[in-house]
Design a protein around this ligand. Sequence first.
Ligand code: CTP
Ligand code: ZN
Length: 152
Amino acid sequence: MKELTELKVSAIKDGTVIDHIPAKLVFKVVSILTLEKIETQVTIGINLKSQKLGTKGIIKISDKFFKQNEINKIALIAPAAKINIIKGYEVVEKKIVEVPDEIVGIAKCMNPKCITNFESVTTKFKVVDKKKISLKCHFCEKITLKEHIEIL
Ligand code: CTP
Ligand code: ZN
């Protein structure tokens, strides 16, 4: 672990640190993980200097350990994010984000005629290409490509 004086956002005792988030996407990650509802301490840093990303964002959630399928929800927008599990101030585990087989209620279907765009139906996609990330809508079967993905 780095010297505490180098940390721009305080170290946490126990919990999850989501690091290397593209700075502009921090609030989308907050929303995907529904952190606005969480009751434990959450600290967020945005536009922090990063050697790899130029600037990055970081989210630290105290006393919360996510299931892998929860973490994977952020793969659509922050596939390079690093998940650090902290126990007793030490990083005890590092996890990477994996693109899931199915995406439920995160992305918008790009087909304007799709039922999900005019009725309150939760969107659902099968990930047909995990590398390039293309999503096939469960309802209209149209493909939404990565560059067209809009996060709800
Ligand atoms: N961290 C924290 N609280 C702790 C320990 C670590 O908030 N008690 C944070 C650090 O600030 C860092 C992340 O957890 O953002 C990972 O910590 P560490 O592995 O020590 O940092 P790096 O070596 O920079 O990690 P990497 O290059 O793998 O991202
Ligand atoms: Zn659709």
